[in-house]
Design a protein around this ligand. Structure first.
Ligand SMILES: [Zn+2]
Length: 233
């Protein structure tokens, strides 16, 4: 759907030097590849006012997802409509700036839960996938939530130990085995801490469970989860 090239990302590639050159190349990239809205595809904006209104009008679910060993998981909306489009664009279409309105929505939903959280940890991508995509969408969301909530964001607390196969095509039962023991956490960073795990979509919850198990094994006191959308709500 989208083929936008975010100029801000290009500009961040070489910080500090050649600012006029970077601005000129950013302008040229915008001219050649005008940004498209991640929600509706409209040209000239990566997130248009109409989609922002739709996002703000999307009601927050009232209930939490029970998913041990996590204390609870909150998702800001069912996985459909404009919010689904924006999550897909963030994940697959390089629409990094959409992490800002989506992360802001997550922070708003988090504030309503009255959870006591010590630190925010995004679900890590395997380094191979990170190299392919160039960024971890959950980390971009985590950064925004942490900023809005004035909480520490600690991606280094949790590592993905081995590559898991693409989860799009496997069944729920296979998925559980697929991610088991795929993660490890750093005891010095998580010991006795209450951790909020951040991911983009809650599907079966297998990935969040595996992350939570790793964090608890490393001494975390409790683990909560927060996602933009959930397949089942
Ligand atoms: Zn739009």
């Amino acid at each position: 759907m989208l083929d936008s090239v975010p100029s801000a990302t290009q500009a961040q590639a070489a910080p500090g030097l050649f600012a006029p050159l970077r601005q000129a190349s950013s302008w040229l990239i915008d001219l050649l590849f005008p940004p498209r809205c991640a929600g509706c595809g409209r040209v000239d904006s990566e997130w248009c006012p109409a989609c922002q209104r739709d996002l703000q009008a999307t009601p927050y679910p009232q209930h939490l997802i029970a998913h041990p060993p996590l204390m609870a998981i909150a998702a800001t909306a069912p996985h459909r409509g404009v919010i689904r489009e924006s999550v897909q664009a963030l994940k697959y279409n390089n629409a990094r700036r959409v992490a800002v309105p989506l992360g802001a929505r997550m922070a708003q939903h988090l504030a309503a839960q009255h959870w006591t959280i010590d630190m925010i940890v995004p679900v890590p991508l395997h380094t191979v996938r990170l190299a392919e995509r160039g960024y971890n969408q959950s980390q971009l969301l985590g950064e925004q939530v942490a900023r809005d909530m004035a909480l520490p964001h600690v991606p280094s607390a949790l590592h993905r130990d081995r590559s898991t196969h693409s989860q799009v095509t496997v069944s729920a039962a296979e998925r559980l085995i697929n991610v088991k023991n795929a993660f490890s956490a750093v005891p010095d960073l998580v010991n006795n801490r209450t951790v909020l795990l951040i991911d983009d979509v809650f599907t079966t919850g297998a990935t969040l469970s595996a992350c939570a198990e790793a964090l608890l094994a490393a001494g975390a006191g409790a683990v909560y989860g927060l996602t933009v959308t959930a397949a089942r709500l």
